[in-house]
Design a protein around this ligand. Structure first.
Ligand SMILES: NC(=O)c1ccc[n+]([C@@H]2O[C@H](COP(=O)([O-])OP(=O)(O)OC[C@H]3O[C@@H](n4cnc5c(N)ncnc54)[C@H](O)[C@@H]3O)[C@@H](O)[C@H]2O)c1
Length: 304
C-alpha cells in the first residue's frame, strides 16, 4: 500500500511515518519543514520513504498514486493559530478543501481533526454535541472537517490533546508544557485550574491511525473522537499527577486563561469498534521526566 502523510515532518507525523515504515508500507511525506529538517534525518535512508518538500497549498502531482492519505499538515494548536490567523485559514481550511476535492473515491482519506472544537461548556461531549469553536484553531479545524465529510471515502478523527516525546517536540501541548516547566522552573502557575481537557499519548494516537486504516470499511464516512474516557482530566489533575513524581510548587492563580477550552469527551463510538488507548498520562510524564532532565527545548518559531 502506498501512503501519503501530509505534515509528515511534524510532531505526530514523524511518529506515524516511522510506524508505517516499520509495518512495511511505502510512505511519502509531504511537508514544508517549517519546524526544521533534523527531526526526520534518521528516516531518510529508508528505501520505502519518499520526501516531498512542498507547501500543501500547491497542487500535489501524481496524487492518485496514493492508496491512502493521512492529512496532518496544518497550523496546529491554539497559540500557533492565534499568532498566524490568516495562514491558519489558508492552510487548515483552503488547502484541505483543494486536497479533498482532488482525491478520487477509491482513495482512503484520514483527516486529523480535534476535540478542541467542543468549546467551553464543561459538559460531556460526543460526536453529536453541538460544536462551539472558541479559537481560530478550533474554527479552522471544524471548517476543514465539514469539507472533508462531504466525501464518503473519508474519516475524521477528533483527537484529544496529544502528549509525549517526538523528534519534533511540541511544548504548547499541556502535559508536555507542564512537565517541562515543573522540571526547569520548579513551579507552575495555573489559570482556570478547574478547566477539563482530554488527552492521548502520542504512541496511542499513532495506533489509532493504524486502527482506522485497518477498520476503514467499518468507519468510512464517519467522525470519531480519538482518545479514551479514562483520559479526561482537569488542569489541576494533570499538575497533581506530575507532583506525585517530582517536587515542585503549584500556584493556583485566579487569573483567566486566554484558552477557554473546558469539556469532557465521550469515546464510546470508537471504543465500540475496538479502539482504546493503552498508555496513561503517568506513562507520558515518566517518559518526559527522563528526557527533560537533559533536554533543552528551543524553537525559532514562536508558538508558546
Ligand atoms: N498534537 C495534538 O495534540 C493534536 C490534537 C488534535 C489534532 N491534531 C492535528 O494533527 C495534525 C498534526 O499535528 P501535530 O501535533 O503533529 O502538529 P505539527 O505542527 O507538529 O505538525 C504539522 C506539520 O504540518 C506542516 N505544515 C504546516 N503548514 C504547512 C504547509 N503550508 N505546507 C506543508 N506542510 C505544512 C508543518 O511543517 C508540520 O510538520 C494537525 O492537523 C493538528 O491540527 C493535533
Amino acid at each position: 500500500m502506498n501512503i501519503l502523510v501530509t505534515g509528515g515532518a511534524g510532531y505526530k507525523g514523524i511518529k506515524l511515518t516511522t510506524r508505517l515504515l516499520s509495518e512495511g508500507f511505502d510512505v511519502t511525506i509531504l511537508d514544508n519543514f517549517m519546524y526544521g529538517y533534523e527531526p526526520i534525518l534518521h528516516l531518510v535512508e529508508n528505501r520505502k520513504l519518499t520526501i516531498l518538500k512542498q507547501d500543501i497549498r500547491n497542487p500535489i502531482s501524481d496524487l492518485h498514486k496514493y492508496d491512502a492519505i493521512f492529512h496532518l499538515a496544518g497550523i496546529s494548536g491554539f497559540p500557533a493559530c492565534a499568532a498566524n490567523p490568516n495562514s491558519a485559514v489558508l492552510i487548515n481550511v483552503e488547502a484541505t478543501k483543494q486536497l479533498v476535492n482532488s482525491i478520487s473515491k477509491d482513495q482512503i482519506f484520514i483527516n486529523a481533526s480535534t476535540t478542541s472544537m467542543y468549546g467551553k461548556s464543561g459538559k460531556p461531549c460526543n460526536e453529536d454535541t453541538l460544536i462551539d469553536p472558541v479559537s481560530t484553531y478550533a474554527q479552522t479545524k471544524y471548517e476543514a472537517e465539514k469539507i472533508v465529510q462531504e466525501k464518503e471515502n473519508t474519516i475524521s478523527l477528533r483527537f484529544a490533546t496529544v502528549f509525549g516525546l517526538s523528534p519534533r517536540m511540541r511544548m504548547d501541548l499541556m502535559v508536555n508544557d507542564f512537565t517541562y516547566r515543573d522540571i526547569k522552573e520548579g513551579a507552575l502557575v495555573l489559570f482556570d485550574s478547574f478547566a477539563k481537557r482530554t488527552f492521548i499519548h502520542i504512541d496511542d494516537a499513532v495506533d489509532c491511525y493504524l486502527f482506522t486504516l485497518k477498520n476503514y470499511d467499518k468507519m468510512k464516512g464517519g467522525v470519531y473522537n480519538a482518545g479514551g474516557d479514562h483520559l479526561n482530566y482537569s488542569k489541576k489533575d494533570i499538575a497533581n499527577l506530575i507532583k506525585q513524581k517530582i517536587e515542585y510548587t503549584i500556584v493556583d492563580s485566579d487569573m483567566k486563561d486566554k484558552d477557554l477550552r473546558h469539556f469532557t469527551v465521550n469515546y464510546e463510538k470508537i471504543r465500540t469498534i475496538g479502539y482504546t488507548p493503552k498508555l496513561t498520562v503517568e506513562d507520558g510524564i515518566d517518559h518526559m521526566i527522563k528526557a527533560f532532565t537533559f533536554y533543552e527545548y528551543y524553537s525559532h518559531f514562536k508558538t508558546i
